[in-house]
Design a binder for this molecule. Sequence first.
Ligand code: GLU
Length: 285
Amino acid sequence: MPASPVVTRFAPSPTGFLHLGHAHAALFGWRLARAAPGGRFLLRLEDIDPGRCRPEFAAAILEDLAWLGLDWDGEVRVQSAHLGEYRAALEALAGRGLLYPCFCTRAEIAREVAAAAHAPHGPDGPLYPGTCRHLSAAERAARIARGEPYALRLDMARALAAAPGPLSYAERGAGRVRCDPARFGDVVLARKDVPASYHLCVTHDDALQGVTLVTRGEDLRPATDLHRLLQALMGWPEPAYAHHRLLTDAEGRRLAKRDRAATLRALRAAGRTPAEVRAMAGFPD
Ligand code: GLU
């Protein structure tokens, strides 16, 4: 059987200007694709959160990447143009009884967690205590009919029962890694104000776009456990993963939006060449 071609992607959220950390992530994926015969490198804008994403940042991402010397294959996928597809995936999960509406506010959840004798924590903070999981079908329907806003949560216990386990993933160059998606608890797959979550959209799109090697930062490694569960539930193919290191500043702190001087725009304005910036991002020519 011929090996499947390497398809990688860079999937930034347009919530600010790209900085050296993004350049590292983009170059990491781009180089793996370009080094492989027939390899493809895709660009996707993860802009489903209208409160945080701005079109001017999306335009700046394309311009900054091109300036840096990167090219990508095919159309740029813009997630906000595909909300119906994410809704369909949510409906498929809901139709199997794997989702439930959650009406809790953040404050209510925080109060419940504070009052609990034992509040387990997951990668994204305290686990949801499960309040709305116990609502009756009639109460759910009544509250929805009243127009109460709700998020959709994955019923983790049911999801684990429905997905053939044990789950694992292949980390490039490091063998298989066992997954423990239960540590996310009843994770939100559609927020009250955003029609689908990062976890759902990213796994949906990686499957749809035929991504075979997911390249992204170490910080997202825990999420991979959950993503493997979603892939198993939805029957989506399993990509390989390569989690890369995160660039840090002189104090050893992870680069973030606050580091204005490290944006590609600022470096370019200061007269740095693309080759210099590639080297600063960890990829000398
Ligand atoms: N959109 C995510 C971010 O900007 C990255 C998603 C991924 O690579 O899986 O952090």
